[in-house]
Design a protein around this ligand. Structure first.
Ligand code: ADP
Ligand code: MG
Length: 331
């Protein structure tokens, strides 16, 4: 899928990246959030940033959008070195971000929110112009947003649409989405990502922060994996298996403790969304093909989501059985 999409994005080979980050470092007290990060994002692609919680993804993008200033490193946008003192400067350079926690004024209308965020732009003359711009942008994306609705009356998915329209009306050519599907239902997530893909095919560059492999596999043209403040690799999701992406994301996987035959009281394990290689575990001796499989009857606890199970034999992938577990488990 990726190769065809890249052609559709109309980018000749050798085109320089629209965003180039070189040697970016960011330190918080006692924390190295970003350590010598290099990143290349090509024009018109969906570039996923994949990594576990705390890997440094949001920090890196907050640097690109002027919320944080890097302690070291260079930001080059479309060939020019940039230093953004604020998000206003980043948006003026065509870079906008939709944050995990929306930055909307709830009692205000959609139009008032978008005007507020773009008051230093061409729309400063008034609400009428911004209303028309919202209508146009929203229709193009298939969002059907009413500029006069108060934001607190909108669903979370619609509030996210307001955030996206806000950034695009502000002139963003590079759209950064921080874990956009975390607050959506599966159906809403599908719809959003399909829309984002259309947007990218029409020329917008998208950075999609996520920790969901299925999103990377289905929608990203390339993916950079971050781990503990560093970039691990940039790969083509269409030629990289889910198991390989998992391995890159988490580094060494842990092996579940094997249960002794006939043992009455099993091992109790507290797990906070970690990845385990269950290849050699007797409880997982058969292929994992279904979340509701009797296999999981052995576990006292909940397995996070079906999408967290990799190497399950579906889609011809017979590679290691790496699963993500969250909760308390009895073996
Ligand atoms: P991710 O988005 O990949 O989950 P973050 O970029 O949010 O990761 O965080 C990277 C690291 O930096 C984490 O250890 C986090 O606790 C820390 N961090 C992020 N923002 C701040 C901040 N404003 N002050 C202190 N530490 C922070
Ligand atoms: Mg984050």
């Amino acid at each position: 899928m990726s190769a065809a999409n890249k052609t559709a994005a109309g980018r000749p080979p050798g085109t320089p990246p629209i965003v180039l980050l070189r040697g970016i470092c960011k330190y918080f007290p006692g924390v190295v959030a970003n350590q010598s990060i290099d990143l290349e994002v090509l024009s018109g692609e969906i570039h996923a940033l994949l990594g576990e919680n705390g890997a440094g993804k949001s920090t890196l993008m907050n640097i690109l959008t002027g919320i944080y200033q890097p302690d070291a490193g260079e930001i080059i946008v479309d060939g020019y070195a940039k230093a953004f003192a604020s998000p206003v400067e980043a948006i003026a350079a065509g870079i906008g971000m939709v944050h995990q926690h929306f930055k909307l004024v709830m009692p205000f209308t959609v139009a008032e929110n978008i005007l507020l965020a773009n008051r230093s732009s061409a729309y400063r003359s008034g609400i009428r112009e911004i209303r028309a711009a919202i209508k146009k942008q929203s229709d193009e994306l298939g969002f059907a947003l009413d500029p006069d609705r108060r934001v607190h009356t909108l669903s979370v998915a619609q509030q996210q649409q307001v955030e996206i329209v806000k950034v695009l009306v502000g002139g963003a050519k590079i759209l950064i989405l921080d874990e956009p599907t975390a607050v959506l239902t599966d159906a809403e997530a599908e719809q959003l990502l399909a829309t984002v893909q259309r947007l990218a095919r029409a020329g917008t560059t998208v950075v999609l922060i996520t920790h969901k492999l299925n999103e990377v596999k289905r929608y990203a043209d390339s993916v950079t994996i971050m781990r503990r403040g560093k970039t691990v690799a940039t790969v083509d999701p269409s030629t990289t298996t889910a198991a390989e992406l998992t391995q890159l994301t988490v580094g060494e996987t842990q092996t579940l403790p094997a249960r002794a035959q006939g043992e009455a009281t099993g091992t109790r394990l507290n797990v906070g969304a970690q990845f385990f290689n269950v290849l050699n575990h007797p409880n997982f001796a058969q292929p994992i093909s279904d979340i509701s499989s009797p296999l999981f009857g052995l576990i006292d606890g909940t397995v996070s989501t079906p999408t967290s199970i990799f190497g399950n034999g579906l889609g011809g992938d017979a590679s290691p059985r790496i699963i993500q577990l969250k909760g308390t488990f009895q073996f």
